[in-house]
Design a binder for this molecule. Structure first.
Ligand code: COA
Ligand code: AMP
Length: 632
């Protein structure tokens, strides 16, 4: 098949055959007899009667199949000045050994293991080691604070935590162990043990009998074999922001995940075994799970673990160096990374210093790709720039330009067309489809394809109420947008309180919970305002308790610190103003959307139900004080 239309239609005509054919790309211990089990709809199960092991498919089978000497992982760390190449053969030994170490300490099938690590190969090794022994990993991004880690410990109730002694950000070393200790102290659930990978930049103090040194554990261990897991057994849980401070534990089962990701490497990314693929993200996010770790390895290609930033490590040419030095065929990153590079090097001087003839395609996702950024990348790299749209929940692209099948015409502002498996519909409030070109809620007709979430960790009801309740028979994406006459999808905004800061998904509701916890705060609102570099930034407004006469400067400083300490630096919460009142409807709903429009200087209408319009003037003054609402 040569066209997208043909491939998409073949899925529409016979989804069962489509996915059973895709499943042939995977080594099964027991082959699935069917793809979809819809007997418990709307809880769907894919490849439920299969038996398999994800680590086998990502590592061992390539060793058996003649790729033992091929590089599996390239660790490139400009921030520490180190590089390391790991072949598939070495990776198998490292993973099997570490898996043996975990197993010897009692970790087995179905046990959870939290991984709290920076972008070092040990993070990938720990993930694969869990997969090998059937343990369920849950990676927590290093930029989250101890409190967020504690919330995840209590939800996932892990037997063990694997961490590094420190992470490294430009200009500072972040000791992880004190954060980990604080999180374990705060959590009600107590883990049996931790394993700490000691980094020379800042080794950690270990508590005897509870904290084990990674190197010692691995040295004493005997290698573990791949265990047999069921197709629907979870490979991992990945927490993502919802509408409250309680994150959602997205569950990813083994079989559907392998089938779908394996299919995407060739068909969406145009990547073959042996090619070098680079997702410049972090293992703490879904992009890192799917496209730093699992998909490239399932495919037998080479993946890059990059520990650095697009700028400042050491300069805006870092990405181009990595591409040319390691022969990268496809790069995947968030638009914010390109905005950062473009800001430092608008005329692309650094691009000219490197031979990047190896690069075929640039893929962008994680947030809206603004046309300026796409055009800059196209002009300077001279390759197709492909925007694609997906979510932690789906694990792979809902809409993309499938370059491995056919490079479709790029329309700026659109992540192109729905991928096989996704029946994307634009619905009005009543759940009826709207016409082409009209805005609505973006929903996906059930069932979702393999690889997507079947539920939330130990929270079936929350899964149903969060995603399946609004539109009967559909998954609600939380995004609003439209489709044009050619079926191209456009993503315009979120319909909930999620904001996207430098490609990182955050909940303003979660931040409001933190602000409300301040003893002087009576009520508050957090909105997302437009930012040229990060796409969006959070901004808070707080009203103080009656009688509070403390300095507002002090309170604002405390609030910024509070979000940093309770959610983490990644929230980038730095804008906050104390105000007398918050604008509300007569029924008491805070007008967050209106405030965001005023801040961004975009068009807005006075809501008919506003309680007291004068409050908006006060808010505008505060916004101007923060450097916003300039055009309002
Ligand atoms: N551990 C600890 N702290 C971290 C961290 C980590 N793993 N990652 C980020 N932080 C900290 C940063 O040091 C920064 O702290 P600061 O407020 O003291 O400066 C804060 O969290 C915000 O980080 P970030 O959003 O990364 O902003 P930045 O200004 O450091 O860098 C970019 C901006 C655009 C260069 C950066 O966001 C980037 O490279 N993005 C690439 C896109 C990406 O990886 N997206 C993921 C999904 S695909
Ligand atoms: P995450 O779960 O962190 O991957 O965030 C998913 C959300 O990021 C989506 O629901 C969108 O709101 C946004 N997003 C991801 N990719 C795109 C894209 N290509 N264009 C616009 N928004 C995107």
């Amino acid at each position: 098949m040569t066209t997208y239309d043909e491939v998409y239609r073949s899925w529409q005509d016979d989804p069962e055959t489509f996915w059973m054919t895709a499943a042939e790309g995977i080594d099964w211990i027991t082959k699935p007899t069917r793809a979809l089990d819809d007997s418990a709809a709307p809880m769907y199960r894919w490849f439920a009667d299969a038996e398999c092991n994800t680590c086998w498919n990502a590592v061992d089978r390539h060793v058996e199949g003649g790729r033992a000497d091929q590089t599996a992982v390239i660790y490139d760390s400009p921030i520490t000045g180190t590089q390391r190449k790991i072949s598939y053969g070495e990776l198998k030994d490292l993973v099997a050994n570490f898996a043996g170490g975990l197993a010897a300490k009692g970790v087995g099938k179905g046990d959870r293991v939290i991984i709290y690590m920076p972008m070092i190969p040990e993070a990938l090794i720990a993930m694969l080691a869990c997969a090998r022994i059937g343990a369920i990993h849950s990676v927590v991004f290093g930029g989250f604070a101890a409190n967020e880690l504690a919330v995840r410990i209590d939800d996932a109730t892990p037997k063990a935590i694997v961490a590094a002694s420190c992470g490294i950000e430009p200009g500072r070393v972040i000791a992880y162990k004190p954060l980990l200790d604080e999180a374990m102290e705060r959590a009600s659930h107590k883990v049996d043990f931790t394993v700490i990978h000691q980094r020379e930049e800042e080794p950690a103090d270990l508590v005897a009998g509870r904290d084990y040194d990674w190197a010692e554990l691995a040295a004493e261990a005997s290698p573990a074999d791949c265990v047999t897991v069921g197709g629907m057994d979870p490979l991992y849980i990945l927490y993502t922001s919802g509408t409250t401070g309680q994150p959602k534990g997205v569950v990813r089962p083994n079989a559907g995940h392998m089938v779908a990701l394996h299919w995407t490497m060739k068909n969406i990314y145009g990547v073959d075994p042996g090619d070098v693929y680079w997702a410049a993200s972090d293992v703490g996010w879904v992009v890192g799970h799917s496209y730093i770790v699992y998909a490239p390895l399932l495919c037998g290609s080479t993946t890059i673990m990059f520990e650095g930033k697009p700028v400042g490590t050491p300069d805006a040419g870092t990405f181009w160096r990595v591409i040319s030095e390691h022969n990268v065929k496809a790069l995947f990153t968030a638009p914010t990374a390109f905005r950062a590079i473009k800001r430092e090097d608008p005329s692309g001087e650094f691009v000219k210093k490197y031979d990047m003839s190896c690069l075929d395609t640039l893929f962008l996702a994680g947030e809206r790709a603004d046309p300026d950024t796409i055009e800059w990348a196209q002009d300077h790299l001279g390759v197709p720039v492909i925007d694609h749209w997906w979510q932690t929940e789906t694990g792979w692209a809902i809409a993309a330009n499938p370059v491995g099948i056919e490079l479709m015409p790029v329309k700026l502002g659109s992540p192109t067309v729905p991928m096989p498996g996704y029946d994307v519909r634009i619905l009005d409030d009543g759940g009826h489809e709207v016409a082409a070109g009209e805005l609505g809620a973006i929903a996906i007709k059930l069932p979702l394809p393999p690889g997507t979430l079947p539920t939330l960790w130990h929270a079936d009801e929350r899964y149903v109420s969060s995603y399946l309740k609004t539109f009967d028979g559909y998954y609600e994406t939380g995004d609003a947008g439209m489709k044009d006459e050619d079926g191209y999808v456009y993503i315009m905004a979120r319909t909930d309180d999620v904001i996207n800061v430098a490609g990182h998904r955050l909940s303003t509701g979660g931040m409001e919970e933190v602000l409300s916890g301040h003893p002087d705060v009576a009520e508050c609102a957090v909105i997302g305002v437009a930012d040229q570099l990060k796409g969006q930034l959070p901004m808070g407004f707080v009203c103080l308790n009656a009688g509070c006469d403390r300095s507002t400067d002090d309170i604002e400083r405390e609030l910024v610190l509070r979000v940093r300490e309770q959610i983490g630096p990644v929230a980038a919460f730095k804008l906050v103003a104390v105000v007398q009142r918050l604008p509300k409807t007569r029924s008491g709903k805070i007008l967050r959307g209106t405030m965001a429009h005023i801040a961004d200087g975009t068009e807005w209408k006075m809501p008919a139900t506003i309680d007291d319009p004068v409050i908006l003037d006060e808010i505008t003054v505060s916004l101007k004080g923060l450097g916003y609402a300039q055009d309002a």
